[in-house]
Structures are given as structure tokens and as C-alpha cells.
Design a protein around this ligand. Structure first.
Ligand code: AMP
Length: 312
């Protein structure tokens, strides 16, 4: 049973993406970490998105978010500006991605301004932006019961100390396995996760792409494979959709972080992400239903039982 809907705020990129995979391509589709996250989280909780866009971001794009009930009041429209643009290409091994182009545009001068409503966030997700900006947003939401962040190799390489300081201010870190190794310089994820927790966070979630995700707390460990799909068209945004499902579920549970909630949250994150990669960008999200997510959650339950296949 879901308890009352709380409020979940995400700050991150809002983008147009050009993506090529061995199975197709798109020249210009809606993307950005905050978009993927908020659409995924909207299946569980009330979401407010904080970001900036230019004149090229029109009603059609707003509608994708609003149709899923995402609150867009804190999207800043910069007159005369252009929305962040990212182009990437995937190899046959979809775990390998090459960035072809990054045009920061309005995102280059982004200074997140949170409305009073967003400052009241119960759950806060600092998606992949400059660690300094993440810290500023964190400071604007002192009442958040659960603050989480994501990051990427760019910031590990160029703003490592700042990122470590930001990590010290959150409860949960969600990062790719390679990034955890790169940041902590530890050879195993167990040591890497422990090192991150020593900085402050109580929880570390390691995203392992096609291989699933692992959750570390001081007392426990939980790991889940990715849902076995025959066809994957485009992995873009899967990491953010995973985070959206995970934090959306936690937020809907009143911010609970007991072991059962965390395991279920990781499973919901994995279920949502599995739909994302079946089509390009966030195209699948527009037709996705909560019932479909529940079916996949149950499939995970059957798939991962070590005591034979459960009947109910
Ligand atoms: P993911 O596949 O979950 O890592 O996220 C993909 C999204 O990240 C795409 O929709 C891009 O628009 C966005 N993105 C790519 N590069 C950056 C960057 N440097 N800063 C913020 N967002 C980015």
C-alpha cells in the first residue's frame, strides 16, 4: 500500500539529444537527466523539475512532462537562448557510448533558482550537474529527508574535490560502477562503496548498466540483475530513469529507508529502466502504465528467488 504522496524535486539537465545506436537514430529528441528522472519518478510520486531551457523548448516538450503530472514551474526559460544539446553514439556493445557533441547553451549559465515549494522538498535528487551547483541546491533544501546525487566522469576529472565535498552533504550516492572506481581509486565496488560512505552518505547505489544495480548500506548489500530483454534500442537515460523509479518509490513511502523499502525501490528502479531502453529516449515513457511496471516488478521477484519459483 502506498502512503501519502510527498514531494520530490530534481535538478539537472533538460536537453535535446541526437542519438545513434546500431538499431536506429534520432536527430533531436527530448532528453536530459532531469527529464528522464522526472518522467520515471512521476509513476510513483509528485515531482517538480528544476532546470533551464531556451526558446526552442516549446509546448510539445512541456506537454510530455505535464501529461505525466510533472510540475514544470521551476523550469527557467531563458529568452533568446538555446536548450542544452547532446549527441552520442553507441557501439554494438551498448554499454559503450561515445559523446559526439555537447553544446551547453543556456545550461552553461544555469544558476538553479528554487521556488518556495521546491525548497520544501521531502526528497531531493541532484542529477548530473556541476558539483558546486549541486551543493547550492542542497543548501536550499535543508528539510529534505533524503538527498541523493549522481555524477559523471567529467566532474570526477575536472572538479574532484568539489564533488567529494558535495557527496558529504547527501544521504545517497548513485553512480556507475566505472565512476565509483575512478572516484575512489578502489579496485572493488565493496571498497569503493565503503569509502564513499565514510564521506557521509548512508547508502551507495552502483549502476552497472546491462548487468543491473547494487545497493550498499553500512549493514547490508542487495543486488539485482537488469531485466533480461531480447531487444534493446537505446540505453540513453536508463540510469536517470532507474534513479527516478528508485527515489520516486522511496518518496511515496514517506522517505523510509528500511531494508525492505530500499530493496523494493531498487527493484522498481530496475523495472522502470527496463522499459526505457526498449525504445529511444523517453518515447516509451509516454505510453507506460503503472500496471506494466508492477508486472515487471513481479517478474523480478520470480526471477531472483533462490528458493525455487514463488507461486504468489
Ligand atoms: P544517462 O544515459 O542516464 O547517463 O543520461 C543521458 C542524458 O544525460 C541525456 O539525455 C543527455 O542529455 C544528458 N547529458 C549528457 N551529457 C551531459 C552533461 N555533460 N551534463 C548533463 N547532462 C548530460
Amino acid at each position: 500500500m502506498l502512503s501519502r504522496r510527498m514531494s520530490l524535486v530534481v535538478v539537472g539537465s533538460i536537453a535535446f539529444d541526437a542519438v545513434k545506436t546500431p538499431f536506429g537514430e534520432r536527430d533531436r529528441m527530448l532528453g536530459g537527466s532531469a527529464v528522464h528522472f522526472s518522467l520515471a519518478a512521476s509513476f510513483f510520486s509528485d515531482v517538480r523539475v528544476v532546470g533551464s531551457v531556451g526558446d526552442d523548448f516549446g509546448e510539445q516538450e512541456y506537454a510530455v512532462l505535464r501529461d505525466r503530472g510533472v510540475n514544470t514551474d521551476d523550469i527557467e526559460h531563458v529568452p533568446g537562448g538555446k536548450t542544452f544539446f547532446w549527441a552520442g553514439e553507441y557501439e554494438w556493445n551498448l554499454n559503450i557510448r561515445h559523446t559526439l557533441d555537447t553544446q551547453l547553451n543556456v545550461f552553461g549559465d544555469f544558476a538553479p533558482k528554487l521556488s518556495e515549494a521546491s525548497k520544501q522538498a521531502d526528497t531531493l535528487f541532484l542529477a548530473n550537474i556541476q558539483p558546486e551547483l549541486q551543493r547550492e541546491v542542497r543548501a536550499q533544501c535543508p528539510g529534505a529527508r533524503l538527498a541523493a546525487l549522481d555524477s559523471m566522469n567529467l566532474w570526477i576529472e575536472t572538479a574532484r574535490d568539489s564533488l567529494l565535498r558535495t557527496i558529504a552533504t547527501v544521504d545517497m550516492v548513485l553512480m556507475n560502477d566505472d565512476e565509483v572506481r575512478m572516484l575512489t581509486e578502489q579496485p572493488t565496488l565493496v571498497r569503493g562503496a565503503r569509502e564513499l560512505m565514510e564521506l557521509g552518505p548512508r547508502m551507495v547505489v552502483v549502476k552497472q548498466g546491462e548487468y543491473g544495480a547494487s545497493l550498499f548500506t553500512e549493514e547490508s548489500f542487495f543486488s539485482l540483475p537488469a531485466y533480461p530483454l531480447e531487444t534493446v534500442l537505446d540505453p540513453t537515460g536508463a540510469g536517470d530513469a532507474f534513479a527516478g523509479g528508485l527515489l520516486g518509490y522511496i518518496d511515496a513511502q514517506g522517505g523510509a529507508d528500511d531494508e525492505t523499502t530500499l530493496r523494493r525501490a531498487t527493484t522498481y528502479g530496475s523495472a522502470v529502466a527496463s522499459f526505457w531502453v526498449e525504445e529511444f529516449g523517453c518515447e516509451r515513457a509516454e505510453r507506460l502504465t503503472r500496471e506494466e511496471i508492477e508486472e515487471r516488478f513481479e517478474a523480478f521477484r520470480r526471477m531472483t528467488s533462490v528458493e525455487g519459483v514463488p507461486t504468489a
